[in-house]
Design a protein around this ligand. Sequence first.
Ligand code: TYM
Length: 332
Amino acid sequence: RPRVLSGIQPTAGSFHLGNYLGAVRQWVALQETHDAFYMVVDLHAITVPQDPKELRASTRLAAAQLLAAGLDPDRCTLFVQSHVPEHAQLGWVMNCLTGFGEASRMTQFKDKSAKQGAEGTTVGLFTYPVLQVADILLYQADQVPVGEDQRQHIELTRDLAERFNGRFGRTFNLPAAYILKETAKIYDLQDPAVKMSKSASSPKGIISLLDEPKTTAKKIRSAVTDTGTEIRYDPEGKPGVSNLLTIHATLTGTPVAELERRYEGQGYGALKTELAEVVTDWVTPFRERTQEYLGDPETLDSLLAKGAEKARTVAAETLATAYDKVGLLPAK
Ligand code: TYM
């Protein structure tokens, strides 16, 4: 079985529809066909300031949401990044292979550091992508299911894997990004020119999966569209409407062309009303399942501990090989 690995940050509490459609939905599908490793990346979360109590709670909440979305611990390995110390360890080795200029070119770093300001930007935020490289290479992943915004980090992963292999001999598998074109980028409901984002979007622009259904419906009804009337998929000319069509099509499994036909002659209001129903029908059981998993933290924690144990056997082997190749003296 080919292997997949991916991760999601626990910050912001609730996942949003971009996280689900861009990534987690594919994770659920891939656990059936692939040897799948999925993690909550708490070490990545602390690259910007976090309240310790909230971080712990949101890490559990993230795991609960992944289970509620359909990850099955019998079909995939689900774990918390910091439970597997090899991530930080290989991260260090990879830091020592990464050019300063190379890391400076990461667009997510440029965006995030601009937001944090010079004093607020940590070295951790700078080397964030390199830790992600280690995440992926530790598991010798073949594919990495993510949204479009992660593409550059996967390219860096390939570059560093090649560099390591070239310098020390074949060690790492070169992974490929697994990005579905249709859902690679879900847009902000209030500003369909930018992606829906935990940190950048206004609350009205984000469909948070744990919102009250009423709130969700209201956000969809007030989504920004355009001054026209025709419901047509045209990302350039009608980004708002196209985004709504994408969400509808993916959640209901209806081809966009069929939706266009169905809404012919109808106004944007019809699309929004029906989409609000589609989304709330999906999130209502999702919220209930999340609460169920959260209601039993002991089971949740032991399930994560089992996941970490499975992950560690793979990660430890790769790390040992990498340390050896680099020439680190093994402890006797
Ligand atoms: P994160 O936590 O920001 O997002 C989790 C996943 O959701 C995707 N995503 C989107 N997809 C489509 N449209 C959107 N508007 C949208 N917003 C977010 C992201 O692309 C991502 O796949 N650096 C990663 C976490 C990470 C990781 C890894 C991923 C750490 N190590 C190793 C893969 C492999 C991140 O911050 O994702």
